[in-house]
Design a protein around this ligand. Structure first.
Ligand code: NAD
Ligand code: PRE
Length: 305
């Protein structure tokens, strides 16, 4: 594999940055990779496990001479991190991010980027419920989408970033900012909110004990609990910064829920059956398109069945 960048700096050494580092090494797509994390404890862990070629004690030191700087911190922290590093960026460098929301990141970051430096947004659609420097792994991005949001960035810088993500295993797709935030509200943000509330309801229901929730959880509820274990800081920031799109989707979700509630109350079996038939087709479409690599073979049914 040929190198795409000589030096890459990763700011914030959690799940995504650590996975990027291992994937960069696997692909040999960069020369030196520097890293910075805010807490001494994270930097110590990174040094102990060999995460990054050089762990720096300041963000400034990490970005000096870097050709690509990737902001891997919670969405709400991107602006403050940029303010710190902006005066120290190399001319011709690209700054990118991995944030789950794009409009707010672009608004917080781009005005601070000096002339001669590019900002190209990116969002790998891959993750787990784990966080921190020890949670990353090289295959996280394999065959996953990485949404690229150039929003006016130079074509050369955008293409180069796409080559980098492709080397990390991802398939890239370009998206407009607003569309990105709406799509992610549908496929990621609101599903997380629903998982959080579902697990919260189970926890609140005094007639069902914690012991029973743990003991009888079958696959459906277990999947909710996995998602509801995701990092609270990351998800707080997602909802605070993608307010408009998440509220729109939440409004639609609530309407559908009320319609199903009425169908249950009135005993409208046809309404329930038709609804569930439609949603099953969506799941089958995802499997047919090869988008669920963890689905067991018996789940690979024809969408037309
Ligand atoms: N976890 C996922 O599933 C996932 C998937 C795609 C994108 N993302 C996005 O990637 C980013 C990072 O998420 P993650 O899952 O790697 O989180 P993480 O919690 O594993 O890591 C975040 C790191 O940022 C550090 N940090 C927080 N505030 C900081 C600050 N002000 N300055 C410097 N460092 C700071 C934390 O200490 C931590 O090391 C977020 O913006 C998130 O929205 C997450
Ligand atoms: O698989 C998971 O645990 C995830 O939540 C990953 C997931 C998602 O919702 O798909 C979470 C947030 C991101 O911004 C992108 C990916």
């Amino acid at each position: 594999m040929t190198k795409v960048y000589d030096r890459v700096a990763l700011i914030g050494l959690g799940l995504i940055a650590s996975s990027m580092f291992w994937a960069i090494k696997r692909a040999g797509v960069a020369g030196e990779v520097t890293g910075f994390a805010r807490s001494q404890e994270t930097r110590d862990t990174a040094r102990r496990i060999g995460l990054c070629d050089r762990v720096c004690d300041s963000a400034i030191e990490a970005v000096e001479e870097a050709d690509l700087v990737v902001l891997c911190v919670p969405v709400g922290a991107m602006g403050a991190v940029t303010a710190e590093i902006a005066p120290h960026l190399k001319q011709g460098a690209t700054v990118s991010d991995v944030g789950s929301v794009k409009r707010s990141v672009i608004e917080a970051v781009r005005p601070q980027i000096p002339e001669g430096v590019n900002f190209v947004g990116a969002h790998p659609m891959a993750g787990t419920e784990h966080s921190g420097p020890e949670s990353g792994f090289a295959t996280l991005f394999d065959n996953r989408w990485c949404l690229i949001v150039p929003d006016g960035a130079s074509e050369e810088a955008t293409e180069r970033l796409e080559r980098f993500w492709q080397a990390l295993g991802a398939n890239c797709e370009r998206m407009e900012v607003e569309h990105h935030d709406l799509v992610c509200a549908v496929v990621s943000h609101i599903p997380h909110l629903i998982a959080y509330t579902m697990v919260g309801v189970a926890d609140d229901l005094s007639r069902v004990s914690d012991q029973e929730v743990i003991k009888y959880s079958a696959a459906g509820f277990r999947d909710f609990t996995r998602i509801a274990a995701s990092d609270p800081t990351m998800w707080r920031d997602v909802f605070l910064t993608n307010k408009e799109a998440t509220l729109e989707i939440l409004g639609r979700f609530t309407e559908e829920l009320f319609a199903l509630q009425r169908a249950i109350r009135t005993g409208d079996g046809d309404e329930l059956f038709d609804y569930f038939t439609r949603t099953r087709a969506i799941r089958r479409g995802i499997i047919e398109a090869g988008q669920d690599t963890e689905a067991p073979d018996f789940g690979r049914v024809k969408a037309t069945e």
